[in-house]
Structures are given as C-alpha cells and as structure tokens.
Design a protein around this ligand. Structure first.
Ligand code: ADP
Ligand code: ADP
Length: 226
C-alpha cells in the first residue's frame, strides 16, 4: 500500500485562484519524490496541503493508510523541513532536538537515545551544547533535519531546504541528504527548483505545471532521453 496517497486534489485560494486542478499521486514506502516546476506552479501549495497547513478545496489525502485530509498538522505524523521552521534561538541544539519529544512527554532515556541517533546520522554530536547562533548555516540546516528525524514520522516534507545555503554548503548538504535517505529510508516529498538536486535525490520526479502533473518518472526517464 502507498505511504502517501493523493486523490483528486484541488486547491482554489479564496474561491478564485485555482492552483491545483486534479492531482492524483501515490508514493511508495521509502520513496524519495521530488516536486519540480516553474515558480508559482503550486509546488508549495501541494506540500502545504499534504502537511495540513492549507485546507483542500476537494480531494483526499492519506498517509500510511489513514485519511488525514481534515486532520491538523500535529495529527498527521509528518516531519517538515520548511524554511519557516526556524530553530529556537535561546535553546541548545540538544534542546532544539528534544523539544517535540518533551512536548509529547516521552521518557527521558528515549529522548536521549533519539537525540543521539539523529546526531550520529547527521554528524552533529559535537555540536549538541551549542546555541544556533554558534553554528554555521549548514550546521543549522542539519539540526533542522535532525528535528524531523527524531519524530520518526511516516512522511518527510522538504520545502527548498537548501535554498538559503551558499553553493558549496548546498552541494555538501545535498550529498548528506542523499546519504541520509539511504540510511533512514524515509518516505519523502521534496520541493526544489534546482535540477541537480532533483536528479541526485529523486527516485521519481514530478513536474507540476498549470495546476496538473505534466510528467512523472525517474530522473533517467525525465532527463536522459536522447
Ligand atoms: P510554487 O511553490 O510553485 O512557487 P505556490 O504554491 O507558492 O507556487 O503558489 C502557487 C500560486 O498560488 C501562485 O500564483 C501564488 O500566488 C498563489 N498563492 C499561494 N499562496 C496563496 C494564498 N495564501 N492565497 C492566495 N494565493 C496564493
Ligand atoms: P505531535 O503533536 O505531532 O506529537 P510534537 O509534540 O512533536 O508534535 O511537536 C509540537 C508541535 O510542533 C506540533 O504541532 C508539531 O506539528 C510541530 N512540529 C515541530 N517540529 C516539527 C517538524 N519538524 N515537523 C512537523 N511538525 C513539527
């Protein structure tokens, strides 16, 4: 069964701007799906409806076999790495990672072992006692991804997570992300306008334009045609 299933999704803003016409999509467990398309084509809108940050005008969204169309973001078992999911500046890296689990009143030893698991995967063990202001852009990005990892979510959602990084860090973090995907095998939807990111990260690429899916296929199928 699909880990994410989208049926007949339509989104019209304020009863006038139709952004998504009729999106149908299934993502398999552990699949990394990259969403591309021209600016303003609705990539962010699609991601935000999956996250529950936007209501849908019509259609259904299911995650891990459960319909979530009307559920709040916190009840969807998703992990987001969005640009607006900033780190808490007054908290250490450790506390930033622990925050969501503390809110959920998880036992202390479980929180500690989740933090160590994420820190190890991301190679940020030596940064746990620092504040965000004492980190580089790339390190902050890794902590933001770490906050998603500790959630053990059914679905990871990324909205241009590398776009604020300079070229060098962008490449490095992209390679880390690909590696991470291998290690934790998380089902992911990743929005980008960067073709290199799409080619290197995607199992499948979805090209969105004019409110519909124009193309869908592996990077080879989409970009390597003679
Ligand atoms: P992309 O992520 O592909 O750049 P968006 O999903 O951000 O595209 O936007 C798609 C379209 O929806 C754009 O025309 C944008 O202006 C419009 N839009 C986005 N958010 C809103 C909103 N809250 N209210 C009205 N229109 C919006
Ligand atoms: P939940 O209610 O799903 O257990 P938490 O208690 O872990 O959520 O987090 C508290 C709030 O912060 C929730 O509303 C959750 O949606 C949000 N949150 C924090 N970090 C993330 C993230 N990386 N991805 C998604 N939601 C997050």
């Amino acid at each position: 069964e699909a880990q994410l299933k989208i049926d007949g999704l339509q989104k019209i803003y304020d009863n006038k701007v139709q952004v998504l016409n009729d999106i149908n999509l299934e993502i398999e467990k552990n699949e990394f799906l990259v969403l591309v398309g021209p600016s303003g084509c609705g990539k962010s809108t699609l991601l935000r409806t999956i996250a529950g940050l936007e209501t849908v005008t019509q259609g259904k969204i299911s995650i891990a076999g459960r319909e979530v169309t009307k559920l709040a973001p916190a009840d969807r078992n998703i992990a987001m790495v969005f640009q607006d999911y900033a780190l808490y500046p007054h908290m250490s890296v450790r506390d930033n990672l622990a925050f969501g689990l503390k809110m959920r009143k998880r036992p202390k030893d479980e929180i500690e072992s989740e933090i160590m698991r994420a820190a190890k995967i991301l190679d940020i063990e030596h940064l746990l006692d620092r504040k965000p202001s004492q980190l580089s852009g790339g390190q902050r990005q890794r902590v933001a991804i770490g906050r998603a990892i500790v959630r053990r979510a059914s679905l990871f959602l990324f909205d241009e997570p590398l776009s604020n990084l300079d070229a060098k860090l962008r490449t490095q973090t992209r390679i880390e992300l690909a590696d991470l995907h291998q290690k934790i095998g998380a089902t992911s939807v990743y929005v980008t306008h960067d073709q290199v990111e799409a080619m290197t990260l995607a199992d499948r690429i979805v090209v969105l334009d004019g409110g519909d899916i124009q193309q869908i296929g592996s990077p080879m199928e989409l970009y390597d045609r003679p």
